[in-house]
Design a protein around this ligand. Sequence first.
Ligand code: ZN
Ligand code: ZN
Length: 418
Amino acid sequence: MSSVLLERVNVFDPASGVRTENMNVHIEDGSVRAISPEPITASVDLRLAMPGHTVLPGFIDLHVHIVASKVDFAANARMPNFLAALKTLPILRGMLNRGFTTVRDAGGADYGMCEAVNTGVLLGPRILSSGKALSQTGGHGDFRPRSDQLGDTCGCLGRQGSISRVVDGEDAMRLAVREELLKGASQIKVMASGGVASPNDPIGNTQYSLAELRAAVEEAQAVGTYVMAHAYTPQAIQRAIKCGVRTIEHGNLIDEETARLIVEHNAFVVPTLSTLDRLSEQGPALGFPPESLAKIDQARSVGRQALALMARVGVKMGYGSDMLGELHQFQSDEFGVRAKVIGPLEAIRSATSIAAEIIGEPGRSGTVAAGAKADLAIVAGDPLEDISLLSGQGENIPMVIKDGKVVKLKGQLTESVK
Ligand code: ZN
Ligand code: ZN
């Protein structure tokens, strides 16, 4: 079904903020061909009248870990490769079901997995992979226990289920970035501060030297891409931004001075609030390590204030779920969490028009307009009135179109994969 006509739908374009009612939307060859209040007479594969439904751009989640089938990163890294790969399949299907047509993987997804999805072998959202996230020894991507017998490496490289690899030194950083790009990464991910889901690094730590961070940015920019950095504190964020990092992941402890610096540098933040809520609530039962659980509140308690501060200062924020393991089902929680602080319009923009800017596709993705990519989520009702329509498992999103093809119809994922 490569040509589709949606009749009598409402259209909401987050890029312009304009909502129009009773429109006809013609989709052909992967693009939105026309949007018109007048009847469209075209011969199409599928013609569907959906009054009361709203056509939105397919959502873009800028921070996922598709290989994190368990909440415990160390357990994921130990998993046999084939098993780890198979366990990503329901995760990908779930994302598509919830209306996400593009995801930016923040560490773990490999090129083979992306190719399988992007060539139609597997059903899932388009994946923009970072390859393995790069971490210093003892950093947020080093999951070895404290021991006097560490061995040469963390054993992460070549592990399908690992989100990261350990890299130290400027030259090694250059090589690792080049390797991840060779393996097909769309952008590079570095761990630039301590984190929650790692055993040995307090959140307040800065990670990587400035020279290492600059080396990563230089190598990424050399091929026309950019670096995304995991960072929580003002100090860690400022170091990363001054070295040329383009997107800050999390940013929970940000202050006003740092937020202004981000705006000056035309950089972005991808906050990830709801994952910490779910981890603190369900982590203990799911085997989230106790040393990590103890760190959650530091970041969680200030997350919503950070969101309000960034909105006030004018920081552009993209949508990030960062769900792990069994918590992937809560990917859409972030819409509701953000809507409470910055309103439903900005919450939706973070996963559409702003996200498209971050991935370098403004005007092409994240918008419903003639000539734009036909990645669409069709919602039963108006999510600007009721943001909870986007939550759950896509129960209120009966239809999803990805790259002009219907991948979900009447509430069911289609099985037309090769
Ligand atoms: Zn992170
Ligand atoms: Zn993450």
